[in-house]
Structures are given as structure tokens and as C-alpha cells.
Design a protein around this ligand. Structure first.
Ligand code: SF4
Length: 222
């Protein structure tokens, strides 16, 4: 599909997968819908030593068509990357696929690329842009409980994307986003967007939050 939506993900217009396949990194992975879907469709692509499903030129050309349609419509489109993998997986099949992704991101300025990962600690070392990321790259991390929110969100907040976001699904425990503790002991109120490190001015970059609409319900503060 070249226009409109081509994904069921409600907050994006398209999804793009560099590969299919991943391995578990934290307890939330026990509810990985991608792993279930891969097995159901006959793809044995899970585990650190497992194979990964890669794709050919037709697949890699799709974002160029989405970009052309977005430019023609005069409307930016959001691309969720990835629904069936983690772009920042350190599996040996991933480096050549990431090397194809970064020029594609740069070649599609009408698309906002939402890179979502549980391996947020790998991002800075795997992206090619240093401190000057393209303006169409958003970076997000997925957290499943307070422990992993406190591990991943402070790392996320040091990344220089134009938009940082958090996905809290599927939850396996409560998450209080008013009380994320950074490594320097500073408190971060993610719900209000107040990201304040000791001695720093508030960070003006926008903040996005995705919370589950299905049970188990998030315990958001009143
Ligand atoms: S990191 Fe994401 S894609 Fe990979 S196993 Fe965990 S939940 Fe699934």
C-alpha cells in the first residue's frame, strides 16, 4: 500500500522490519507477541543462536514508496520499526541489515521512524550519527515494570533524538513514571515531561508515552 495506513499499530501508518527474529532480554519478553506470531507462521527465528529471516529488494523499497506518497499528500507518516525484531539486537545477522536501514532513513525525510527497543543501551554504539541524528528519527524504549523502567528510561533520556518515547506494554507489574531515578540520583517525572538532571536546565524536547489500553491496566497516578 502506498498511501494511508498499512499497519494495525494504532499510532503508526506503517511497520517496517529489518529482519524477523530476536531473543529474550528481560522478563517482559515472556509475553512477546512477535515470537508467538513467528512460530505460528512457521518461522524458527528466535533465540540468540537462532536464524533470522531477512528480506529482499522489494521489501526494502517499500519505505521509498511510503515516503513518495507522504510527500505527494503533504503529510508526514510514522513508521514503527520493528514489530517482529529489535533493531538493536546484537545478533550477528543484524549489522548488515542495520547498515541498509540508516541510508534508507536518511532517504525518506517524509517518514518519521519510530525505533523501539528493549536494548536501549546498544543504541548509541549502533547508530552512525553521533550527536547529530536526523530529524525524522524517534527513539523509544519498552518497559515492563518499575525495575526495567528505571534501567532503560535514564539511558533513553541521554539520546539526542528529536522525540523520545516509552512503551509500557505488555506490563508485568506497576510502573510509576513520576519516580524514575536517574543514575546520578536525580528524579525524573516522565508524566509531566519534566526531565531534570541535577545542575541541568529542563530538557525541551517532546515526550511521548504509550500505555496499554488492555488489561492489565496501568497504575497511573491520579
Ligand atoms: S526484545 Fe522485544 S522482540 Fe525481542 S524477544 Fe523481547 S519482546 Fe520480543
Amino acid at each position: 500500500m502506498a498511501t494511508g495506513k498499512s499497519t494495525k499499530v494504532p499510532w503508526c501508518h506503517h511497520t517496517f522490519n529489518v529482519v524477523w527474529g530476536c531473543s529474550h532480554v528481560s522478563p517482559g519478553c515472556s509475553r512477546c507477541y512477535a515470537e508467538v506470531w513467528a512460530r505460528r507462521t512457521g518461522h524458527d527465528v528466535w533465540g540468540a543462536r537462532g536464524e533470522r529471516r531477512t528480506f529482499g529488494a522489494k521489501h526494502w523499497a517499500e519505505p521509498l514508496a511510503w515516503n513518495a506518497a507522504a510527500r505527494h499528500a503533504g503529510q508526514r507518516r510514522r513508521v514503527f520499526c520493528a514489530s517482529m525484531a529489535d533493531v538493536f539486537d546484537d545478533h550477528p545477522a543484524l549489522p548488515p541489515e542495520r547498515a541498509r536501514l540508516w541510508p534508507l532513513v536518511e532517504a525518506t525525510p517524509w517518514l518519521d521512524w519510530l525505533l523501539l527497543t528493549k536494548r536501549i543501551e546498544n543504541v548509541a554504539g549502533m547508530l552512525p550519527w553521533g550527536d547529530s541524528w536526523p530529524g525524522n528519527v524517534w527513539i523509544g524504549t519498552s518497559v515492563e515494570n518499575q525495575e526495567w523502567a528505571e534501567k532503560r528510561i535514564p539511558v533513553l533520556l541521554h539520546l539526542p533524538a528529536i522525540v523520545r518515547f516509552v512503551s509500557c506494554e505488555p506490563l508485568i507489574g506497576p510502573v510509576d513514571l513520576r519516580r524514575i531515578t536517574a543514575r546520578n540520583g536525580a528524579c525524573i517525572d516522565c508524566l509531566r515531561g519534566d526531565v531534570i538532571y541535577a545542575g541541568d536546565a529542563p530538557d525541551p524536547r517532546p515526550w511521548r508515552l504509550s500505555v496499554p489500553t488492555l488489561s492489565p491496566a496501568p497504575r497511573l497516578p491520579a
